[in-house]
Every structure is written in C-alpha cells, then in structure tokens.
Design a protein around this ligand. Structure first.
Ligand code: GDP
Ligand code: MG
Ligand code: ZN
Length: 323
C-alpha cells in the first residue's frame, strides 16, 4: 500500500493516503536507515512511500487522535517512491551533512516581511536559487502588509520591482487583516505547498488565516531550538479544508546550497540566465570578462543591483568554502 509522510517525529513517521487525511504511525524498515546518502534523514515530509500494515490491525485513525497514535502498532515503510523533487539544506556553510526539508513539493511560498523582521535579500536570493536548483516553482509572499504604511510604501514598491523584475510573482498579504488571503488560498488549492522563510515572518499565522481550524503554533518555535540539532520534528503537513496541503517549516536559517558548482550559480538567477545569452564568452562568470551582457544589463538597470550583489556573494562563498 502507498501513502505520504505527513509528519516526522524522531524515529516515527505519520502517514496518510492523500488526499485522504487519516493518519497512522509508521517506522522505517531497519536496513533502510543505513542506505547511503549524505542526508541526515532518509525520509522527509512529502515523501510517498510503500508500507506494510502490522498483521490483523486496522491502523487507520481519525486525525484528531494523532497524539495518541504512537501507542498502536506502527506500519512498516518498505520503500520510498521516486521523488518528483525535494528541497535540501546544509546546516552551515562548512557542513557536508545535508537535511531534506520536504519532498514532492508543487510550489514553495517564501514568506518575507519588509520589516519585523527586515528581509535580508541575500538570504531570500539563496532560497530562490535553491528552489530553482531543485525545480520547485516559487511564489514570494510579502506578509504583514497591514504594517507598511507611510515611508514603508517606497520600500514595498522597490521590493516589488526587484523581484517582479527578476520574474517572480510577489503576493502582498496580511495574516492580521486578511488582505490577499483568498488569493493565497486559491493558489494552494489541490497542491502540496511548502511555506518557508525565517522565523517570525508569519508562516504559522498565515496557515491559520488560510484555515482557522488549523493550529500551528504561532510564535513558539524559534531558531534557537534548532541550532546544533539534527532533528526533523519540526516539519509538518497541514490539510486545508478548502483543498491542498501545506508544509510548515519553522525557522530555516542555515539554508546552504547543496550540489551546485560555482560556474552554475548564474543559471539559477532567471534574469541573468536570460541575459547571459549575449555574453561574449561561454562560460562567463559575469565578473571580469569583457563583453559581459549580464554586467551591461546591471549597468543599464535591467537587472537589479541587489540581485547581482547576491550573486557575487554566493560566488565568493562557494569559492571560500568549497574544495
Ligand atoms: N502585524 C502583523 N503581525 C503578524 C502578521 N502575521 C504574523 N504576525 C505576528 O508575527 C509573529 C510571528 O508569527 P508566526 O506565525 O509565529 O511566524 P513564523 O515564525 O513564521 O511561523 C507573531 O507575533 C504574529 O502575531 C501580520 O500579517 N501582521
Ligand atoms: Mg511558525
Ligand atoms: Zn557574462
């Protein structure tokens, strides 16, 4: 039988045969844990798996009883089905260990705020590059728009022009006033969506605004809890009553790049990739080469200076930390 991993706590998983929402516990078949990959978790939320039920037991329980599920005999996961995609993170720049955040994601919603907390563009650009690398379509969600009056209006429109100019869509929303929430709900319908972004931007609040019957903890889990821990307890899928499933990812900070060569970084900045067709040299790092169309586009204001700076920063990091 097949099901999807909707939660991971320590050695246990909760599965459900989506789109049904009836959770039951499962464990990994012993030897699967040993199968080599640099990831600290062989199975992630969103993975579709094949499992065997324990003999003579009905393992399906209503979702409300999820808290008590661990007492029943778990199903045994025997196989992880091929992934459509997945998102991975490296704990730090120096770390070789990686961690799969989620698998089989239809769309990532990267939640940011102009202020409280102030969005760090290089960090946002890293998230965007990661989504491009792993082939996950992405939408930027600009939350807390209720707060951005007065002088914030300028920063709001600069943000829009940088990211819409790069080809991304930016949705202005507010979990507090409900602005944009209907559109966001519509965008999540019938799909598995990943909500990502630093802690405090309002991911959990947005999930609650989308579906008030859901109760992800607002303002409770901070980055501090995640530091130095190899744990996956924090990723969890939520079913929207209106259709669709959301994976909440609390407090992602060290979202290092995995599996990306220095001379490939520019391929994952869509606007640079487009412009690079006009570069005199191939490959071109878009730094010192004469006749570089990307640099020309930056000078002409067609590619934003902020995005180009993020690119240079990533180039430098890869040079510093890579062999
Ligand atoms: N003003 C305002 N505050 C918000 C909004 N969304 C969330 N918050 C507040 O921001 C804080 C962090 O929210 P939370 O959902 O826990 O963020 P998460 O860490 O990304 O899950 C909480 O105090 C929320 O009440 C919003 O749209 N407007
Ligand atoms: Mg949260
Ligand atoms: Zn170039």
């Amino acid at each position: 039988m097949e099901a999807t991993v909707v939660k991971h706590t320590g050695s246990h998983y909760l599965l459900s045969a989506l789109p049904r929402w009836e959770l039951f516990p499962a464990v990994l078949k012993g030897k699967m844990r040993l199968k080599g990959s640099s990831a600290t978790n062989p199975v992630a939320v969103g993975d579709r798996v094949r499992y065997e039920s324990p003999q003579g037991r009905n393992t399906v329980c209503p979702a409300e009883k999820a808290g008590m599920l661990m007492e029943q005999d778990p199903a045994v996961i025997t196989e992880i089905l091929p992934r459509k995609n997945y998102i991975i993170r490296r704990s730090t720049n120096l770390s070789r260990q990686s961690h799969i955040i989620a698998a089989n994601v239809d769309r990532a919603f990267i939640v940011v705020t102009i202020d409280f907390p102030e969005v760090k563009l290089p960090f946002l650009d890293r998230l965007l590059v990661t989504c491009e690398v792993y082939n996950v379509p992405v939408t930027i969600v600009l939350n807390k728009c209720d707060l951005y009056t007065g002088e914030y209006q300028d920063r709001l429109s600069v943000f829009h022009s940088i990211y819409e100019g790069a080809g991304y869509s930016v949705m202005d929303v507010s979990a507090v006033t409900g602005q944009g929430i209907d559109m966001l709900r519509e965008a999540c319908k019938g799909a598995v969506s990943l909500f990502s972004g630093v802690s405090g931007v309002g991911k959990s609040s947005l999930i609650r605004a989308l579906d008030p019957t859901l109760d992800p903890k607002v303002g409770e889990i901070s980055d501090a809890h995640l530091q130095g821990k190899h744990t996956t307890t924090f990723y969890e899928m939520y079913p929207l009553a209106t259709g669709g499933f959301i994976i909440d990812t609390p407090g992602i900070r060290g979202f290092g790049l995995v599996d990306i060569a220095r001379d490939e970084i520019a391929l994952y900045f869509p606007e640079m990739l487009k412009a690079s067709a006009g570069c005199r040299f191939t490959p071109c790092t878009h730094t010192h080469e004469p006749g570089c169309a990307v640099k020309a586009a930056v000078e002409d204001g067609l590619i934003s200076y902020e995005r180009y700076s993020s690119y240079l920063g990533m180039l430098e990091d890869e040079t510093k930390y890579r062999h």
